[in-house]
Design a protein around this ligand. Structure first.
Ligand code: SPD
Length: 392
């Protein structure tokens, strides 16, 4: 089936991401043995809950289907406190500081590898998660580089960082000028940005979102550790700084409401903006693009913090999320697939055929697979990014 081919395609691409050395955040842990498959050990008769019926979740904004948390609360009697963070950097800083107060967090794998090695996340209670069996083993294999043995991470959603446009507004702002062959030109090339600044350019507000795509645009490794590469990326970005109107990691309403016509954003969020604009009566066409030179893949994953106060409630929620209907809702409502094979049958046909949600195998060949960042690389990227943002 086509969707299965797609899961395999992302598996292959993500597997290709293996091998980057990651600096541990704190004390390095012994490498865990690699599990053959994500299958769970024999499950207890039903969910196990902690005495205190509370669960504290820290996730990205606009990333949970409507009613999912309420459905879990109703079924389990657990009160969920659901907070959001806007960047991997923000979550990482909280984890490093410790005492987060959160039970479940949702780091991208590019950060999770170091967080596991640093002992910031605890092993999953797999025996309490029978629905782990719903996950695609090929997809789970792609997470092994970050999480040996699949012992800490359960996929929440995956997608890609790309260029999103309000086509109607972009065409108008470009006047007679043709759309570029490479969509990244729209946000990185002064020839285009100087025109699109009139309808608004928005960038995600994080060094590890912007510097990798900028590096890729100038022909460098998106996950380079070379300071000279960062300098070159900073110089390229410096040329378009004056044309960037907004820095935001919650830009759905900015796109849908007309504050931005060209963005560096996340695939699912751009699709949500397209739907929201329509709901609001706009006739403008909003699209997530598939740049000819590729887009940056990411996978966000649930993990339990090392000092979680409600680890059993966390396991119960993770297992609940892994039900096929919840996985399908992530794709149907949020525009992000989850790597849950059992949920594919419930994905709506119009979502399954959307090539910016379930990307076709041939485009995957162009995608930039996830890797991970060393502490030094993150610091150097932050310096370049902050200088760029300040216009220095
Ligand atoms: N609406 C939020 C989507 C979450 C995206 N996470 C992206 C991480 C990319 N590095």
């Amino acid at each position: 089936m086509k969707k299965h081919v797609l899961v395999l395609a992302i598996s292959a691409m993500l597997l290709a991401a293996c091998g980057k050395k990651e600096e541990p955040v704190a004390a390095p842990a012994e490498p865990a043995p690699v599990a053959a498959a994500p299958a769970a050990p024999a499950a207890p008769a039903g969910p196990v809950y902690d005495d205190e019926k509370v669960l504290n979740i820290y996730n990205w904004p606009d990333y949970v289907p409507e009613g999912m948390i309420a459905a879990f609360e109703k079924e389990s009697g657990i009160k969920v406190n659901y907070d959001t963070f806007e960047t991997n950097e923000a979550l990482h800083a909280k984890l490093v500081a410790g005492n987060t107060g959160y039970d479940i967090v949702v780091p991208g794998t590019v950060f999770a590898k170091g967080q596991i090695e640093g002992g910031l996340l605890q092993p999953l209670k797999k025996e309490q998660m029978p629905n782990l069996a719903n996950l695609d083993p090929g997809f789970m294999q792609t997470l092994v580089t970050a999480d040996p043995g699949n012992n800490h991470l359960v996929p929440w959603g995956w997608g890609f960082t790309t260029v999103g446009i309000n086509k109607t507004k972009v065409e108008k702002a470009l006047g007679g000028m043709a759309m570029p062959e490479n969509a990244w030109d729209l946000v990185f090339k002064p020839e285009y940005t100087s025109k699109l600044k009139s309808c608004g350019i928005a960038y995600l507000d994080s060094p590890t979102e912007i510097i990798p795509v900028a590096l890729h645009y100038i022909g460098k490794d998106a996950y380079s550790n070379d300071p000279a590469d960062y300098k070159a990326a900073g110089e390229m970005l410096g040329q378009v700084r004056k044309d960037v109107r907004l820095f935001s990691s919650t830009m759905i309403d900015d796109i849908a409401g007309g504050k931005a016509c060209a963005v560096i954003g996340w695939s699912g969020d751009i699709n949500i903006a397209a739907g929201r604009a329509k709901e609001n009566g706009s006739k403008d066409e909003i699209e997530a693009l598939l740049p000819i030179s590729g887009a940056l893949l990411f996978a966000d994953t649930m993990a339990v913090t090392k000092d979680a106060k409600h680890p059993n409630n966390a396991a119960a929620f993770i297992d609940f999320f892994l039900r096929p209907e919840n996985a399908a809702a992530m794709a149907n409502e949020m525009g992000y697939p989850t790597g849950n094979k059992a949920g594919l049958a419930q994905v709506k046909p119009e979502i399954a055929s959307n090539k910016t949600i379930f990307v076709e195998a041939d485009y995957f060949a162009k995608m930039i697979p996830p890797s991970s960042f060393t502490n030094e690389a993150r610091e150097a990227m932050a310096n370049v990014y902050n200088g760029f943002k300040k216009g220095k």
